[in-house]
Unconditional design. Structure first.
Length: 179
């Protein structure tokens, strides 16, 4: 079963999610990778409202003719771990990427009632079909790593870390290790 969620993600919606849930996101997501995170943390006013926002760790490729955007696959989330607790303290409620997160990020997800979702790596071309509109919001000089605003419809993700301490990666390893 897939859970349909509308962004921005409310605290109530985040609290209802559990690791392993499959979700379809519709609404606005913001892209930000390493350099964008570093720059955002130096700003008093962000180029978007962080409260209940979703940040997708991706660097969109240029749009081919007739497309809204090029491939938008997830990048490795651990590269943003140093910034993530402060990002969540600003009110961001949902993070999307791939790979495991640090213990400090998992603790911050619990503290701020936020969730970490995985998008399927290697499926950037397919994921781009879920993007209905795209525009650069900040740091255009960063090219693909600029902050974009993406309007997505039914973007498929899986809850990896919920705000109750659930961790799908650890749960999967325990399940696999059972005799």
């Amino acid at each position: 079963m897939e859970i349909r969620l509308t962004l921005p993600l409310s605290e109530e919606a985040a609290l209802s999610l559990r690791s392993g849930d499959r979700v379809l996101l519709t609404g606005i997501v913001y892209t930000a990778r390493d350099e964008a995170h570093e720059r955002l943390m130096k700003l008093e006013d962000w180029p978007f409202e962080p409260q209940d926002a979703a940040i997708y760790y991706t660097g969109p490729c240029p749009a081919p003719p007739g497309a809204v955007i090029g491939p938008v696959g997830p990048t490795t989330s651990a590269r943003m771990d140093a910034y993530t607790p402060a990002v969540l303290a600003k009110g961001v409620r949902c993070l999307i990427g791939k790979g495991q997160r640090s213990d400090s990020v998992k603790a911050a997800l619990i503290e701020h009632h936020a969730v970490y979702l995985a998008a399927t790596g290697g499926a950037g071309a397919l994921l781009s079909k879920r993007v209905k509109a795209a525009r650069v919001l900040a740091f255009p000089e960063l090219g693909a790593e600029a902050v974009y605003e993406l309007l997505v419809e039914d973007l498929p993700c899986t809850v990896i870390n919920d705000c109750h301490g659930g961790d799908l990666y650890q749960e999967g390893q325990r399940e696999y290790a059972k005799p």
